[in-house]
Design a protein around this ligand. Structure first.
Ligand SMILES: [Zn+2]
Length: 435
């Protein structure tokens, strides 16, 4: 029996090498049986992989033949002469289809692994153990490759035929991807601080591949934020507003009325601070300030940044890059986690006693980051988008009354104020377009 020939038909060279390395000594018949099982397992999709004769004429493809914006951009960057072999169009830049498929393969390898290198083989059932996809399934079900000019599936077959004929699996089937590990650790931290430990929670759990203690997780959040460019400045001279709900129209006000609440009056649990630890919450416009305090009119005070204010900036977060964006794996996973993390800590919470624990996770993160030594120094606050006023944003500042020029320091010499108070006025929301 010419088993070698049969194996080559059914399996990639890498698969056979792997098995021979692992099982050296087993009969060729065994390889053949395994190969047959994989062939049957892959089923009809394997047939699709065979390159069709008429694909062979496709050498150059154009950006418009691919809907995926990252693939189109990649072709655009190559910027080959117009003249697509597939659609005959000359309305877009082209590239060599072999180069494009090499880029696609490299991108897929940042997200998936090869079963032959990762998954255990179940001899009795004749298949791999673990999640797995054929290349056809990866393109259709996982990536959702869309080829708008490909009416007869020819371009799809041309791409499929140029990608490795492999069974794909999770990148590392034994451990969670970094974003999933961070996400599950974050869920554990939320549960811990809300319902298990209030003050000494740092070492709950253990650091493994798939989960982190709160202390490790918080450090990771700081590092990832720094690496993803989320530590930024609110420029000097930026005007920021605070609304007071309890000052009547016409009443005389002073700067301190718009500073952080005095410690004894900081009784409320807020998004970033627990009761007793005051913070100064300012908004980007008077309209945002009014909406955040759930009033339609009131006294608003305007502060102006006297220097750049260093903040963790959650206002804008880059979108998670697509699979073919050519970004490294860590960046994709870190951004994916940060999006979920931001979503969680920005959730609107009802202002009643029963919901006070819901703010605990964001308060914990804030308190940790407040003292964290970033490369350029400590933060002045955290900026985040308004959930009640689209387009508006807020900043929770750690500045004390001394930093705001509202109080003389007890011991040190007075420093220059970080912000100066400009003025207060009566503001009213006018319809929905108020500013
Ligand atoms: Zn084309």
């Amino acid at each position: 029996m010419d088993c070698g020939q049969t194996d080559a038909d059914f399996l990639s060279g890498a698969a056979i090498r792997k098995w021979k390395d692992a099982d050296g000594g087993q009969s060729e018949l065994d390889y053949w049986v395994r190969g047959k099982s994989v062939w049957i397992g892959v089923g009809a999709s394997a047939v699709h992989r065979r390159r069709e004769n008429d694909d062979m004429t496709i050498e150059h493809v154009c950006a418009r033949c691919f809907e995926d914006e990252n693939l189109a951009a990649w072709i655009g960057a190559v910027d080959g002469e117009p003249g697509c072999d597939f659609c005959d169009g000359d309305d877009a830049p082209t590239c060599d289809i072999d180069d494009l498929c090499r880029h696609m393969e490299a991108s897929l390898r940042e997200v998936y692994g090869f079963a032959v290198e990762q998954l255990p083989w179940e001899s009795a059932e004749g298949g791999y153990i673990g999640r797995q996809w054929s290349t056809y399934e990866i393109l259709v079900e996982e990536v959702g490759l869309s080829l708008p000019r490909d009416q007869k599936d020819h371009l799809f077959q041309a791409v499929l035929g140029r990608l490795p004929d492999e069974i794909w699996c999770d990148y590392d089937w034994l451990s969670l991807d970094m974003d999933d590990a961070l996400r599950s650790s974050w869920e554990q931290l939320c549960e811990t601080v809300k319902h298990k430990r209030r003050f000494f929670f740092h070492a709950v759990g253990e650091d493994t591949h798939d989960s982190f203690t709160p202390a490790t997780l918080l450090k990771a959040i700081a590092n990832i934020s720094d690496r993803m460019g989320l530590i930024g400045d609110i420029p000097p001279n930026t005007g920021l507003w605070r609304a007071r709900t309890d000052i009547k129209r016409g009443a005389h006000t002073k700067a301190s009325d718009f500073g952080p609440p005095p410690e004894q009056h900081a009784t409320q649990s807020n998004r970033m601070n627990p009761p007793g630890i005051p913070m100064l919450y300012l908004a980007s416009t008077p309209g945002t300030a009014l909406r955040e305090t759930k009033i339609t009119e009131g006294r608003v005070g305007r502060w102006v940044a006297a220097r750049a204010l260093r903040v963790l900036d959650l206002r804008t977060l880059k979108p998670v890059p697509g699979i073919f964006a050519g970004r490294d794996r860590d960046e994709r996973l870190a951004l994916s986690f940060l999006h979920d993390f931001r979503h969680d800590i920005m959730q609107p919470v009802e202002r009643d006693a029963a919901h006070h624990v819901e703010y605990l996770p964001s308060q914990v993160v804030t308190e940790y980051l407040r003292d964290y030594q970033f490369e350029d120094g400590k933060l002045d606050g955290i900026a985040y988008g308004s959930t009640v006023h689209p387009g508006g944003w807020n900043v929770a500042l750690f500045l004390s009354p001394c930093d705001l020029g509202l109080q003389e320091p007890d011991w040190d010499e007075a420093k220059d104020s970080s912000m100066t108070f400009a003025a207060a006025r009566w503001a009213k929301l006018v319809h929905r377009a108020a500013t």
